[in-house]
Write a protein that binds this ligand. Structure first.
Ligand code: SF4
Length: 136
């Protein structure tokens, strides 16, 4: 007998926040069912929410930072990558101030991650140039 676990969640693709159930089999998402109890979507999902979860287990997903060296992307540790970014951001801020930055967040991130990005932009980089594709 096949047992599929249903995991209630919110569609990650835009700010509408439609309710969905991830159908999980042996630790992998194998499909999506609309959440009929969602007050936002009442059982409806657009094509992205219904069929757009293929990225979850894609072998093309990045699993480690990549740093360009001599024109080629090379795998790097998080320590190497974040140090490189901090040095580069420091140089940009010194030269252009906050106006040298523009940040785009993602509707695929959590609200908490988006909030952190906004705080980082304002408090650390000193810029108001922040946007997010989930502002539908
Ligand atoms: S992408 Fe479609 S299913 Fe997902 S939240 Fe937006 S409207 Fe709803």
């Amino acid at each position: 007998m096949t047992i599929v676990e249903k995991v209630r969640t919110i569609c990650p693709f835009c700010g509408t926040g439609c309710g969905m159930e991830l159908n999980v089999f042996q630790g992998k998402v194998v499909g999506v069912t609309p959440d009929w109890s969602s007050p936002v979507s009442e059982g409806a999902l657009c094509v992205k929410g219904q069929f757009g979860t293929g990225f979850i287990h894609s072998p093309d997903r990045l699993t480690t930072p990549l740093v360009r060296q001599n024109g080629e992307l090379q795998e790097a540790s998080w320590e190497e990558a974040t140090t490189l970014i901090a040095e580069a951001f420091g140089k940009i801020k010194e030269r252009y101030g906050g106006a040298g930055f523009a940040l785009w967040s993602s509707s695929r991130s959590t609200n908490e991650s988006n909030f952190m990005l906004e705080k980082f932009a304002h408090a650390v980089l000193g810029t108001n140039n922040v946007d997010n594709c989930s502002r539908t």
